[in-house]
Design a protein around this ligand. Structure first.
Ligand code: FEO
Length: 383
């Protein structure tokens, strides 16, 4: 509840194990929904079907016997659209507002809508005292996405943009940590579309951002979120430092990675992060790779290829358009080391990746005779 005319009716989902069946959410998730009261009433988005009944209860309490005139659908992914059908059974006369492609997706998802109104960019709908002005936001991160600006409240309903993992009140003083992990894993591929929407939004007087996940943003938090989104959307470096990411079968590659990380710290590297790609959260490894300026990949050879957790990591980085970074390589192999060659080939598919020399090869475990090469790699990563 942050305005007399805009009420929050979203739901926390504290017990969700994996968001999108892949992202760990130790602090849960929230599905935001808002009710706007002009002379007419508009509801901004439904919620995940896990929370349908709770959401309908929130909506009914806020409506207090009144009927909604509109349901605005900004995004058709089921964590928002999954309760539209149940809502329309309770409020069948509601006019559903959405873009043309969103209505196609409703049909595909089996959602029957009797009262449709197709909206497009720059259309306006007056609620009487409040205006809904629509902004197309394609590929953030689905093609049908719309945002809505309400000038009387200087509020932007931003769909998934500016969202984060966690229930609504999680990390009240640290929006960026889980917003960054959310951004790079879900929107990372779409830096150009995000940039285009940021340019449109920059022309508006936005004092409040109301996303579909995470807290409503205003004041300094809003300014900081826009600053970070601008960096992220341009694939720019947020933090100078090195991520050491290792995929180790029996611990020998891990040991070499840890020795290298120590060498970097001793050289005064401003930040060194280390991640075990076989055990740590892959989403966080992706986030750190984009956040930092440099990365060293340490990997065992496996079946004349690379150990699969490293393959998954590089595959995901490729999907998210990892680019414009400096990368070092340490390979391990007991009889025919191949990891460096394979990693190099995968990095060559990415844009503006600088491979640091030397590529270090160890055989089975790190030996004293390997240390000069490791020192040379640490030196090169500091340049
Ligand atoms: Fe929150 Fe793309 O759904």
């Amino acid at each position: 509840m942050y305005s007399d005319r805009i009420k929050y009716v979203g739901c926390d989902d504290a017990d969700l194990d994996l968001f999108e069946s892949q992202y760990e959410v130790p602090e849960g998730m929230c599905y935001n929904s808002y009710v706007l009261f002009g002379e007419k009433i508009a509801i901004m988005d439904a919620v995940d079907p896990r929370k349908t009944q709770e959401w309908l209860t929130h909506v009914a309490l806020v409506l207090n016997g009144r009927k909604p005139d509109y349901l605005m659908v900004h995004h058709m992914e089921p964590d928002h659209s999954g309760s539209i059908g149940a809502f329309l059974q309770v409020y069948p006369e509601t006019i559903v507002l959405a873009g043309k492609q969103a209505f196609q997706l409703m049909t595909q998802f089996g959602i029957e809508v009797a009262n449709q109104q197709i909206i497009k960019e720059n259309d306006e709908i007056s609620l009487g005292g409040l205006t809904l002005r629509f902004i197309a936001a394609p590929m953030i991160h689905w093609p049908e996405v719309m945002m809505t600006y309400v000038p009387e409240e200087k509020t932007l309903f931003s769909a998934d943009a500016f969202g984060k993992f966690g229930i609504y009140d999680a990390d009240p003083d640290d929006w960026a940590c889980e917003a960054r992990r959310y951004y790079f894993n879900i929107c990372g591929k779409y830096g150009q579309p995000v940039t285009r929407v940021l340019e449109k939004v920059a022309k508006l007087d936005v004092q409040t951002i109301a996303p579909l996940h995470g807290p409503v943003l205003d004041g300094e938090k809003l300014a900081e979120a826009v600053r970070l989104y601008t960096i992220w959307a341009h694939y720019d470096v947020e933090t100078e430092g090195v991520l050491v990411a290792y995929a180790s079968i029996h611990g020998n590659t891990r040991h070499a990675a840890e020795v290298l990380a120590d060498m970097l710290r001793k050289r005064g590297c401003p930040k060194v992060a280390i991640t075990d790609l076989t055990r740590d959260d892959m989403g966080e490894a992706i986030e750190d790779a984009f956040r930092m300026s440099k990365m060293v990949l340490c990997c065992a050879t496996y079946d004349m290829d690379i150990f699969p957790p490293m393959h998954l990591f590089l595959h995901e980085l490729g999907l998210k358009l990892y680019q414009n970074r400096t990368v070092g390589i340490l390979e391990n192999g007991s009889w025919a080391p191949q990891a460096g060659r394979i990693i190099n080939g995968m990095l060559e598919q990415m844009k503006d990746i600088t491979i640091v020399e030397p590529v270090v090869t160890i055989k089975s475990s790190l030996h004293d005779s390997d240390l000069p090469a490791l020192e040379a790699l640490a030196d090169a990563m500091m340049k």
